[in-house]
Design a protein around this ligand. Structure first.
Ligand code: NAD
Length: 476
């Protein structure tokens, strides 16, 4: 039986590269039944700011597999990124980007490079929770959850096993963000123990990314939080030869989306010149996902042979002799059944099928105790003056432990050199060490307000199972 998939031809060069991609995979015997939906510019300009209609969601939720060509996001006007909307709405938590060198046929400086970036796709700074808190300070909340870490880290290890990869590397910045990135690293270590046959390592993201740009061949699978993954995957695709050659998958517990990583290149639209390779490589990931591994192997090897034979569109044949989009598709089709002889041939047959990975909530009970609060205050004031005022407002149950400004401790015993904004984090802790009641904090806020100070935000300070569950201020 043919597998129903939802297909969007997108905008700009989208329809041309999608037609080429479908022509190739259907010629190779892909057992698919495409359901076409309209997304992108036409829908945005018809007044739907999300760029997708309700009936299209119905198709996506039914087929659960989405092959998507790039779309044009109109500039300004409050249009939402359809990619972000789709990833979040369908819970596509894993963004997988293989970045491979095709040297010497597509020149690059890293002929041995063959790595896969597994990027967390739903949380981190991309939760999009931002606020202006004071006239001088805006904030973006970086949310990292244990379920989010467990899902992506387990996906990375399962991907490594299924694709016969040897090593999984984790990139974080947990020397600075000890709680958020620290959780990601901790979960990596915990889940890694379940995969004894896979080599594991962790790099601090800055030196890790520098190393990846310099010697990418030492990496295999790299897993990381959302923001780092966004940046690292473009760096990796670019140093592999071109962002125009990379495909990616976005995997969820129920649904998945496959695409090229480039955009709709409007200036090249309608000329039959665009390179369909990125979308084709996305479609090959889709064929593996729906267990059509033989077709995936055949198409991928034919594409490698085409590249090896020196056939290419304008973007990779800069010295002339390029073919059109449709001619490139015909050249790949001509080579179906052939394998590359110099580039490494692929073989996905026999790969275990990608069983849907459901997050298992362990439901472990954790004892949580309120230990105090960080009260954020907006004021143009000297640190010592604010400190003295707040000391007098702390009350019987709480003590002012410190004040920091953008994380640096400024009271007590701050340095006059520390630059201060109008955004103060004032830490109150319980005096006797026993858990505080919420009413103690509420009363404190009342006293602060009566003293004509403006509190703008409150963070409870907790102990989880007796352990401090908040970071110390710099210098605290
Ligand atoms: P782009 O990736 O569309 O194009 C950048 C350059 O790369 C272009 O000059 C083009 O000549 C070249 N190029 C890209 N893909 C190519 C291909 N397949 N073959 C040959 N050359 C190719 O980036 P952009 O110009 O910044 O963005 C154009 C539009 O695409 C914007 O509206 C943007 O929002 C959108 N976009 C969509 C997606 C997506 O849908 N996944 C991703 C990125 C950008």
């Amino acid at each position: 039986m043919k597998r129903a998939i939802t297909v969007a031809k997108g905008d700009g060069i989208g329809p041309e590269i999608m037609d080429a991609t479908l022509k190739i995979i259907l010629a190779a015997g892909a057992e698919i039944e495409p359901e076409f939906i309209d997304i992108g510019e036409k829908i945005y300009l018809a007044g739907n700011s999300a760029g997708i209609e309700p009936k299209s969601w119905e198709s996506l939720r039914r087929t659960k597999v989405f092959l998507k060509a790039p779309i044009t996001t109109p500039q300004g006007g409050g249009f939402k990124s359809l990619n972000v909307t789709t990833r979040k709405a369908l819970g596509l938590y894993a963004n997988v980007r293989p970045c491979v060198s095709y040297d010497p046929f597509i020149k690059n400086k890293h002929p041995e490079m063959d790595l896969v970036i597994v990027r967390e796709n739903e949380e981190d700074c991309y939760a999009g929770i931002e606020h202006q808190q004071t006239p001088e300070v805006v904030q973006c909340l970086k949310l990292i959850s244990r379920p989010g870490c467990e899902k992506i880290v387990r996906y990375a290890f399962e991907y490594a096993v299924r694709n016969k990869r040897k090593k999984v590397t984790c990139f974080t910045k947990d020397n600075i963000m000890k709680m958020t990135d620290g959780l990601f690293h901790k979960v990596f270590d915990e889940i890694g123990e379940e995969y004894p046959s896979i080599e594991k390592e962790h790099w601090i993201i800055d030196i890790g990314m520098a190393k990846m740009a310099d010697t990418p061949e030492i990496f295999d699978v790299i897993v990381m939080p959302n923001l780092y993954g966004d940046i690292a995957s473009d760096v990796a695709a670019q140093i592999a030869g071109s962002v125009g050659l990379a495909g990616s998958s976005n995997i969820g517990e129920e649904c998945s989306m496959f695409e090229a990583i480039h955009g709709s290149a409007p200036k090249r639209a309608g000329q039959n010149v665009a390179n369909p390779s990125g979308l084709l490589l996305g479609a090959i990931l889709m064929l593996q996902h729906i267990d059509q591994n033989e077709v995936a192997t055949n198409v991928h090897n034919a594409w490698l042979k085409t590249i090896e034979d020196g056939v290419g569109t304008y973007d990779i044949k800069r010295d002339g002799g390029s073919v059109s989009t449709s001619e490139f598709a015909d050249e790949v089709i001509k080579r179906l059944g052939q394998k590359p002889t110099k580039l490494k041939a692929v073989d996905y047959t026999g790969a275990p099928s990608q069983k849907p990975m459901k997050y298992q909530d362990t439901g472990k009970a954790i004892k949580r105790e309120l230990n105090g609060a960080d009260v954020f205050i907006c004021a143009k004031i000297a640190a010592d003056d604010l400190g003295k005022k707040l000391e007098s407002l702390a009350g019987e149950d709480l003590k002012l432990s410190m004040i920091s400004n953008r994380g640096a401790k400024v009271y007590p015993n701050g340095l006059p050199e520390t630059f201060c904004t109008d955004h103060w984090r004032c830490r109150f802790l319980v005096k006797n060490g026993s858990p505080a009641k919420h009413s103690v904090i509420r009363d404190l806020l009342g006293r602060i307000e009566e003293a004509d100070l403006e509190w703008i935000k409150l963070e409870g300070l907790y102990k989880f199972d007796g352990e401090r569950a908040y970071s110390l201020g710099q210098g605290e």
